[in-house]
Design a protein around this ligand. Structure first.
Ligand code: FE2
Length: 424
């Protein structure tokens, strides 16, 4: 029987479909450009290959096309007759996810991965900053992600995808030396792995090695097709370091070419959050930010995140609404946050309301409550430094510079003395 790169049997007799499937899976695992087209080629080569349609469904979902994802999943289900127990389980677990039944999908996926750990298309759903664990909204989810990728280690060993994902889990729990070794190995095996390059950037960030990070991305990014899933977000990482150097021409150039809503080719969650974050971090650093830039983000939030429920998006939408004075939209998030991290969203959105009211003690109080476990909103430590820097700015507004420096030294020592916040 034909097998994929991980030794999983594939229910196709077409060696062309198999070869295309291996290529498409690698594109998905490495955020290569054209992952959707790659899976479409698989389904064209063998329209009866159910897992090809599953892969296409997952590629569509990742790139934000839920309608197409559900259509491909329906095709996969129509081909379910005669599938192996393993493939039927694959279909069930992925189907729950594509149907938007995340609460039921997570245990089904964990059970499947427990039985078939090398079924990478299911295993990868729980990994990374954007995965099911990352966006679970639960306390302890960074440790849970580390425990999860650790459990995969005996099954993947020296695999480039696994190494880059485990490196990220290690990075986000502060185990930087092992993360560093692992990502170097992952990128040595597959240098064009964009998720790996992204993790490499995070490790430089957490180590406080801004110049090394910039040098790395200036070397790596030009070789990455801007249609790749991570191009916009990796550009955001470069923009953060560029901001740290005070090079605003460089920041706006990156924003306008790759990050802004009318320039980014990434999925809505990235576009929404990265834009709000870079604008506010620029403002916190003391640089003027034209209101038109904020309005574009607020408009984008209305369009792509009209209802609360994705905490990471909701917090950034609240920030954008605050910055353009859309107090009704902001009040709606405060009044009706949804999802497992709704309590944190309410506090952080309330903090932004207090900030535009110039109620600095109120802002500090809301931030303090929300930041007690802000990992629950999702995103990376680097992304949530937006909140750390906001708290610094709020304390500075009250003349509490010593407190601001103490807080940073305690919570984010790598940022101590370096955080680009005006007046620190
Ligand atoms: Fe990132």
């Amino acid at each position: 029987m034909l097998q994929d790169r991980y030794g999983n049997n594939l229910a196709t007799s077409s060696s062309q479909a198999r070869d295309l499937y291996v290529e498409a899976v690698d594109k998905l695992l490495g955020a290569g450009p054209g992952m959707r087209a790659a899976f479409e080629a698989v389904t064209a080569a063998d329209p009866g290959f159910a897992l090809g349609h599953c892969g296409l469904a997952r590629a569509c979902q990742i790139t934000g096309d839920v309608v197409a994802a559900r259509a491909s999943m329906a095709t996969a289900r129509s081909l379910a007759g005669g599938l192996s127990t393993k493939d039927a389980s694959h279909l069930n677990a992925l189907g729950l996810l594509i149907d938007g039944k995340g609460a039921a999908a997570y245990p089904a996926i964990r059970q499947h991965v427990g039985e078939y750990p090398r079924d990478v298309m299911i295993a990868q759903i729980c990994t990374s900053v954007f995965g099911l664990i990352g966006f679970s909204g639960k306390p302890g989810r960074e440790a849970e992600l580390l425990a999860y990728t650790t459990s995969l280690q005996p099954h993947y060993g020296d695999d480039w995808w696994f190494l880059s994902q485990h490196a990220f889990s290690l990075c986000e729990t502060g185990i930087l030396d092992r993360a560093d070794q692992m990502i170097d190995r992952a990128l040595a095996i597959k240098p064009d792995n964009a998720h790996g390059a992204h993790v490499r950037a995070h490790i430089y960030y957490e180590a406080g090695e801004a110049q090394a990070g910039m040098d790395y991305l200036h070397g790596w990014l030009p070789g990455y097709d801007r249609h790749g899933l991570m191009h916009s977000h990796i550009s955001w990482h470069l923009a953060l370091w560029t901001l740290g150097q005070g090079d605003m021409d460089g920041v706006w150039s990156l924003v306008d070419r790759y990050i802004a809503p009318d320039a980014s080719l990434s999925f809505p969650l990235i576009v929404m959050t990265d834009n709000a974050a870079i604008l506010y971090r620029a403002a916190l650093a003391g640089h003027p930010v034209p209101v038109e830039r904020w309005q574009a983000i607020a408009d984008y939030a209305h369009r792509y995140f009209p209802n609360t429920g994705v905490a990471f998006a909701d917090v950034h939408a609240a920030l954008a609404y605050a910055m353009v004075g859309e107090s009704d939209a902001l009040a709606e998030i405060v009044a009706n946050p949804a999802g497992p991290a709704a309590d944190v969203v309410r506090e952080l959105a309330s903090a932004f309301q207090s900030i535009i009211d110039q109620d600095w003690p109120g802002a500090a109080a809301h931030l303090a409550t929300g930041m007690a476990d802000h990992a629950r909103i999702g995103g990376s430590r680097a992304q949530r430094d937006l909140l750390e820097h906001t708290m610094v700015a709020v304390l500075l507004k009250q003349g509490q510079g010593d407190e601001a420096r103490r807080m940073l030294a305690m919570r984010r020592p790598v940022q101590a003395g370096k955080a680009p916040v005006a007046g620190l």
